[in-house]
Design a protein around this ligand. Structure first.
Ligand SMILES: NC(=O)c1ccc[n+]([C@@H]2O[C@H](COP(=O)([O-])OP(=O)(O)OC[C@H]3O[C@@H](n4cnc5c(N)ncnc54)[C@H](O)[C@@H]3O)[C@@H](O)[C@H]2O)c1
Length: 357
């Protein structure tokens, strides 16, 4: 049996605990939180122990999930690595590339696996698009678009003290929600090379926060691929997310996630020899879901990525999304914020420069 624990017992932690509990070769040994009441509540829900963070690494763990606020990821991941424990960290890997680099270096120095949760890559629709790109059905990916039109209640930002400030959240809709779609964009487009330059603008429309709740961006990839992004948490009812890719053959494929959190479906599949379209809104619009329902509906895809991570640890191979892979979306994000601040296009720092091998 592999011994696992969850660190940080807030909104998303239950998806990790539930996934570990379902795996026959994993024991969920403990959960921990700086707020003991939160740890106790999660432990009771999943029939495990709540322990103090200081006691955790005395329990002989093999792996941990890190479900704490983004700016705390570095300290928690580095500590786990120092104890020789494999780490699966929630997205975004960190809020700056220096921190991501230190996390990756700590895991590599300790010889432990570092994985980062981007469970939307595990949608069958996302895998089908990646496979179509690998098979050459689209040729070279040349054009992509992601739209992220979500709803959050103002209370989402006020319920946790760390949300909504530059210092403690690192950003708004781009850093916390659109990071998933930026990850998909770069995963689909990287056949055209890594992202090299971005332009962005952002604003705050309705939410009581200093970070952005609405943003637009363009991303240019080495090799000439282009992508656009529009993202907001100020849309009601939320209209979910979409990612579309067109290739040099002229073919276009795309997926749509509606409502937010549900399994995405292919809404456009127009490749040589096949043409199918469907509307994600065919069943009509649904009222906005609360956050617990959105996070809960993501659980099957957390379970798939967590199963991959456990298998990677067991087999001594890299997990599906490594720290280095997760740093690519963060590199794009840091350039987006820089461009929005400068008002000019900005280069994307190459993760190879910022995070030495
Ligand atoms: N993959 C996804 O779709 C998804 C969904 C939701 C959240 N997340 C990510 O998960 C992380 C947590 O988000 P959340 O919404 O669950 O936050 P949350 O505020 O609901 O929970 C965070 C918990 O971490 C605890 N904590 C803070 N610092 C800690 C530390 N040093 N050690 C132990 N516990 C600590 C807090 O007390 C809190 O209970 C974020 O990085 C977020 O981006 C990912």
């Amino acid at each position: 049996m592999m011994r696992a624990a969850v660190i940080g017992c807030g909104n998303v932690a239950g998806n990790h605990a539930a996934a570990y509990r379902e795996l026959a070769d994993v024991e969920l040994v403990a959960v921990t939180d700086v707020d003991p009441a939160r740890a106790a509540a999660l432990a009771a829900r999943f029939g495990t122990r709540a322990v103090d963070p200081q006691e955790l690494f005395g329990l002989g763990l093999d792996l941990v999930s890190v479900c704490t606020p983004h700016p705390t990821h570095e300290a928690v991941v580095v500590r786990a690595a120092a104890h020789g424990v494999h780490v699966l960290c929630e997205k975004p890997i960190a809020v700056d590339l220096g921190a991501a680099g230190r996390m990756i270096a700590a895991a590599e120095a300790a010889g432990v696996q570092l994985g980062v949760l981007f469970q939307r890559r595990f949608w069958p629709a996302a895998r089908r698009i990646r496979a179509a790109l690998d098979d050459g059905a689209l040729g070279r990916p040349v054009l992509a678009h992601a739209s992220v039109l979500l709803h959050r209640e103002p209370e989402y930002y006020t319920a946790a003290a760390w949300r909504g400030t530059w210092a403690t959240d690192g950003g708004g809709v781009l850093m916390t929600q659109a990071v998933h779609n930026i990850d998909l964009l770069q995963w689909f487009m990287n056949g055209a090379g890594e992202a090299v330059e971005v332009s962005a603008a952002h604003t705050t429309v309705t939410h009581p926060v200093e970070v952005e709740d609405t943003a637009v961006a363009t991303i240019r990839f080495a090799g000439g691929g282009l992508a656009t992004l529009a993202a907001s948490t100020a849309v009601t009812p939320g209209l979910g997310t979409r990612v579309q890719v067109s290739g040099s053959t002229g073919a276009t494929v795309g997926l749509a996630e509606y409502p937010e959190g549900s399994e995405a479906r292919l809404d456009v599949w127009a490749v040589p020899g096949a043409a199918a379209v469907s509307s994600p809104f065919g069943g009509g619009l649904v009222p906005d879901l609360d956050l617990a329902a959105i996070n809960g509906s993501l659980a099957p895809f957390h379970a798939l990525q967590i199963a991959d991570f456990v298998a990677a640890v067991r087999e001594g191979r890299a997990p599906a999304v490594t720290g280095r892979e997760a740093a690519k979306s963060l590199a794009i994000l840091t350039a987006l914020y820089r461009s929005a601040a400068s008002g000019h296009p900005e280069p994307v720092p190459t993760t190879r420069e910022e995070i030495p091998a």
